[in-house]
Design a protein around this ligand. Structure first.
Ligand SMILES: [Zn+2]
Length: 256
């Protein structure tokens, strides 16, 4: 019985092989007349972005065709990959995410609107409709529990590896008492300055139109808070004083 079964299998194999040898006229046609390569669409990414990962959530063009300013946030999470998934689920978005290595991930064309700062006001503008969103990958505010530092995801059960995530004591606009934050890396801070300078130059933005979410929020948001080692005033002054193209030096980053 077993012998018979094996024999049958061999026959099947032979049949399969012989079928594959029959020429496929359609395939030959394709080979003789290959489809012309489709013309690649030009990338909507700006030149200093490292990659473009579209969120697919834009809410149409900025009125006047361009943003009036930019709001700085932190993501409150781990990698940019997880952040992008969370943003899609909440139908929110940042135009730019700066990861811990300093890579700038662009998530939307700069002429399109995304929802990133809710009920907000700055200098008579409505940043949620009129400004770009820039977010630093950071867990943001963290809590010290014993010798551990924990972040908000999973109700403060996310333990931070302090060899990867640097902790700093800092204050935020809404609380002058020092608290613990996951510090933005030096590379992230340099890239934030470079990105803001690029936007200032290429969109003709006034330095005053760069603001923290905490400054524009009417609902009490605290980001970027103590994640950055400089204040928004420091950033605005630097943008005012330094011509576009000025190299960002470590001294700009403060003491950290
Ligand atoms: Zn924010």
């Amino acid at each position: 019985m077993a012998k018979k079964k094996r024999k049958k299998k061999e026959t099947e194999t032979e049949e399969t092989e012989s079928v594959s040898e029959v020429s496929n006229p359609e395939k030959e046609e394709v080979f003789r007349n290959p489809e012309p390569e489709p013309e690649r669409e030009p990338s909507p990414a700006i030149e200093i972005a490292n990659s473009f990962i579209p969120l697919g959530l834009n809410r149409g063009d900025f009125s006047g065709g361009k943003a009036k300013g930019a709001v700085i946030h932190y993501t409150g999470g781990g990698s940019h990959v997880g952040t992008i998934e969370a943003l899609k689920a909440k139908r929110l978005g940042y135009h730019f995410i700066i990861d811990r290595k300093g890579d700038i991930i662009q998530c939307c064309e700069i002429g399109k609107r995304l929802a990133h700062c809710g009920h907000s006001c700055w200098d008579g503008d409505k940043p949620n409709d009129e400004y770009l969103g820039i977010s630093i990958c950071s867990y943001g505010l963290v809590r010290k529990v014993g010798q551990e530092f924990r972040a908000w995801p999973n109700q403060w059960r996310t333990k931070l590896n302090t060899e990867i995530h640097q902790i700093r004591l800092g204050t935020c606009l809404r609380n002058k008492r020092p608290q613990y934050w996951e510090a933005a890396t030096t590379l992230q801070q340099i890239r934030l300055y470079e990105l803001c300078q690029w936007l200032r130059k290429n969109l003709g933005l006034d330095p005053f139109k760069f603001a923290g979410h905490d400054e524009v929020s009417l609902s009490g948001k605290i980001d970027p808070g103590g994640v950055l080692s400089f204040s928004m005033d420091d950033l605005r002054n630097w943008l005012e004083v330094n011509k576009p193209g000025t190299e960002v030096i470590d001294e700009v980053m403060g003491e950290d």
